[in-house]
Design a protein around this ligand. Structure first.
Ligand SMILES: C[S@@+](CC[C@H](N)C(=O)[O-])C[C@H]1O[C@@H](n2cnc3c(N)ncnc32)[C@H](O)[C@@H]1O
Length: 279
């Protein structure tokens, strides 16, 4: 779905007390920005227009919520929705934060010190083409980043059957425990399920909603993860991709060299690479 540019979004986000404009500078400090820092800390990845998180934060003042999205247009709408939901409830939005982030850079922004208790992924882009699958928010590359900081569970909903089945595989091959899964969440919809914008849209289209709760392997907590955005790593990977595209490197040689670069990247600390622009 294409979202039109909204020129009001960035200034509104910049002026809002619950929209954080530099997620990278808050790594390890997120909890201090909530009124009650000791509460469970839940993070939604790819929050879109904020329908889910605005309802969740109003319904659960005993939990803190951080909602992240790559697009300021989306976050702008989430901000307005949050203000409306809290105003209707007669409360201040003191248990919710919104911030712009490319989730591929998750581990630069959320660290073990943040004590993330739950991650929600609601209807992320399915990226069906083989070459694009690594961009999925449930791809093993991402799961590794989440596992390093997540103390509790990940909840994932989607209407996309292929994405769901492959994500179940991603969880298993990454050592995550599947605690619960269903191919039809609404067949016996839990009373506490909060429907997202996409969930409503797909349900109206007659699609089934798939849902899984998974838990990362305990030993992954606190483990360093490859920082694919560290300047040196970006340079090396781009050079390698160029050689591969030109046919100088075979697929096998490309993969072998890439793994060596990633192995090296693993040593990069959390806060490196913040200056690198998205390609
Ligand atoms: C299909 S929408 C789902 C929105 C909402 N969660 C819902 O269920 O209605 C996917 C959202 O993920 C965001 N997104 C996609 N890739 C992302 C990434 N790499 N980092 C952060 N957000 C991303 C998009 O901007 C979009 O808002």
């Amino acid at each position: 779905m294409r979202i039109r540019f909204k020129k009001w979004a960035r200034p509104e986000l910049a002026a809002s007390p619950f929209c954080m404009d530099d997620a990278f500078s808050l790594a390890g400090k997120w909890r201090t920005h909530f009124a009650r820092p000791e509460q469970p800390f839940y993070v939604e990845l790819g929050c879109g227009k904020g329908g889910w998180v605005s309802q969740a934060a109003v319904l659960h003042p005993e939990c803190n919520y951080l909602a992240l999205d790559i697009k300021s247009e989306m976050l702008g709408m989430a901000k307005r929705k949050t203000e409306k939901a809290f105003s209707e409830a007669g409360r201040e939005p003191d248990n919710i934060l919104l911030s712009i982030l490319n989730i591929e850079r998750f581990s630069e922004v959320l660290t073990p010190a943040d004590g993330v208790d739950r991650i929600y992924i609601n209807f992320c882009n399915p990226w069906p083409k083989e070459g694009h699958k690594k961009r999925r928010l449930t791809h093993p590359r991402q799961l590794r980043q989440y596992a390093a900081v997540l103390r509790g569970e990940l909840h994932f909903k989607t209407d996309d059957r292929d994405l769901f089945e492959e994500s179940l595989e991603y969880f298993r091959e990454s050592g995550w425990e599947i605690l619960h899964h269903t191919f039809d969440l609404h067949a016996d919809e839990p009373a506490d399920n909060i429907r997202t914008e996409h969930e409503n849209m797909f349900t109206e289209m007659g699609k089934k909603i798939h849902f899984v709760i998974a838990k990362p392997p305990a030993e992954a907590f606190g483990k360093p993860v490859p920082n694919l955005h560290a300047p040196e790593t970006v340079k090396l990977l781009r050079g390698l991709e160029k050689q591969h595209d030109l046919g100088i490197l075979t697929d096998e040689e490309f993969e072998k060299r890439k793994q060596i670069i990633l192995l090296h990247a693993e040593e990069a600390p959390h806060d490196e690479g913040m200056e690198v622009e998205e390609s």
